[in-house]
Design a protein around this ligand. Structure first.
Ligand code: PBG
Length: 327
């Protein structure tokens, strides 16, 4: 060994010193919990492929939102599950559609005590399951979809949402949404752009949660998992179009993207630990193959270490409770 002896283990000798020198901490305020609300439910319902995650009734959503605030989470991302769907996803634009109603409910309950966000996409509302409107040939019509997103953004803002999260990966969606919000007097509503969103198999369980059956795939609008530089281009465009925050999605299989995006922009960077990431850990833990709590916190720490300052995770409420005890 060289002299003086360099012994990195000195800083690992006990929990106190490890805590002192930890480079990364995850704070409850950086966690955002996605929540699902289904039209017409009187009781919350479990989602089989996402153990611990519920489809809420309007009533149970309000209670869950209060619990999330008490746990100290930084935000709630709302997803609506409509009772019926149509070709154009009109339920997403309707002020009385389930998502807009739920935004009103949650805002009435929690006000400004946390950040209330709405997923801004048509896939939960369309009968074909695509994130946009279709051309007669069956492709996704980018520009017609922008007009729908613009109207949907205003409906969510009218309902009181603090942040809209355009997640459909249409070109120009952030600009279209920003202009519509501004024209409607909603200058103070922020845009969290799902800027780098990959065509990922890890979204599988989410489709159960929103009961969306997709014919085909999303490869003409979501990104190819093979590409990193393309994400930087997407992010740059979204920031130029007025995104207040940008997101990478999924998280754990794309930590290189998180880290590159963090280095490329000055706006806050979020990462979405998606349904499949959560389900993998839950399934392995249920089999006794990994330690659930340790794995959960390790994944969150890793996403944070890669450069995400905000993490969307289905564990947000539980993790916030655990982390509060820890620090
Ligand atoms: C689109 C949207 C999806 C997710 C969040 N927003 C589905 C998709 O793009 O296919 C996936 C979230 C998850 O898997 O947890 N509305």
């Amino acid at each position: 060994m060289p002299y003086p002896e360099i012994r990195p283990r000195r800083l690992r000798r006990n929990a106190a010193v490890r805590r002192l020198v930890a480079e990364t901490r995850v704070a409850p305020a950086e966690l955002v919990v996605p929540m699902f609300v289904k039209e017409g439910l009187t009781e919350p319902r479990a989602v089989a492929s996402l153990p611990g995650v519920l489809q809420h009734s309007r009533d149970s959503l309000r209670k869950a939102a209060v619990e999330a605030v008490q746990a100290g989470v930084g935000g709630i991302m709302l997803f609506g599950v409509p009772a019926t769907r149509d070709e154009t996803g009109s339920g997403g634009l309707d002020p009385d559609g389930i998502l807009n109603v739920a935004i009103r409910d949650v805002i009435a309950e929690v006000g400004d005590s946390t950040v209330v966000m709405g997923d801004l996409c048509l896939d939960e509302f369309t009968s074909h399951g695509h994130c946009g409107l279709l051309t007669p040939e069956g492709g996704v019509d980018n520009d017609a979809t922008l007009a729908a997103y613009a109207e949907m953004a205003v409906a969510q803002a009218d309902a009181g949402v603090h942040v809209v999260g355009p997640s459909g990966m249409m070109d120009g969606q952030v600009g279209a949404v920003r202009r519509a919000l501004d024209a409607a007097g909603h200058q103070d509503v922020s845009v969290l752009a799902y800027a780098a969103k990959y065509a990922s198999a890890f979204f599988g369980p989410f489709r159960d949660a929103v009961e969306s059956a997709l014919d085909g795939d999303r490869c003409t609008y979501q990104q190819d998992p093979a590409n990193l530089r393309e994400s930087l281009r997407e992010v740059e465009l979204d920031v130029a179009e007025g995104a207040d925050m940008v997101m990478v999605k999924p998280a754990l299989p794309y930590l290189d993207v998180v880290s590159a995006v963090r280095a490329a922009v000055d706006v806050p960077v979020a990462a979405y630990q998606v349904s499949g990431e959560y389900a993998m850990v839950e399934a392995a833990a249920a089999n006794g193959w990994i330690d659930r709590e340790r794995t959960m916190l390790e994944t969150l720490t890793s996403i944070r270490r890669a450069g995400a300052q905000i993490i969307l995770t289905y564990w947000a409420v539980e993790a916030a409770q655990l982390l509060r005890e820890r620090y």
